[in-house]
Design a protein around this ligand. Sequence first.
Ligand SMILES: Cc1ncc(C[n+]2csc(CCOP(=O)(O)OP(=O)(O)O)c2C)c(N)n1
Ligand SMILES: [Mg+2]
Length: 165
Amino acid sequence: MPVRDVESVWRAGDRPHRFYFNRGANGIDGTLSSALGVAHRGQPTLLITGDLACLHDTNGWLITPQFQGCLTVLLINNQGGGIFEHLPIRQFDPPFETFFATPQQVDFRCLAAAYGVPYHYLQDWADVEAQLRHTPWPKIRLLEFRSDRHRNAQWRQQVLADLRG
Ligand SMILES: Cc1ncc(C[n+]2csc(CCOP(=O)(O)OP(=O)(O)O)c2C)c(N)n1
Ligand SMILES: [Mg+2]
């Protein structure tokens, strides 16, 4: 969802932000490595990623010793594919959870530690802002934010309905 959200609601502005995404190929594979590539010897970079996309490519962190730059990974962990909550199949469980949402129970704190990547659990939105505002950013880190994909999908539908009036 993060890339869709940026496409949908990011306000145009004159600040020099540059956006990159793998959307053309539509794959969730390689997301972390792409961000590492963008950040290497480049500008401080923020990767906003889902949990499944991140897990697809955690070995990208193996490059950490050679990496030069600043990459913060903001992980939105909603325990599976939030995008699928918006499909009609959502109403049929089973098989929805097992075969579409595919929830996972990975402990990202332990996973980050395995790669030597500093980890921080984000308590709330104020914590998100505080972590991102505080500069300079470290070379590499993982910030985990938990969300509930089902409630999130319901909230989105409500907001869209309200906007339609
Ligand atoms: C290589 C690859 N495998 C499977 C898919 C199908 N797919 C699209 S989105 C998605 C789930 C993404 O989940 P997550 O990264 O947690 O993001 P969320 O939708 O929860 O924000 C999957 C499996 C894909 N696009 N690419
Ligand atoms: Mg997810």
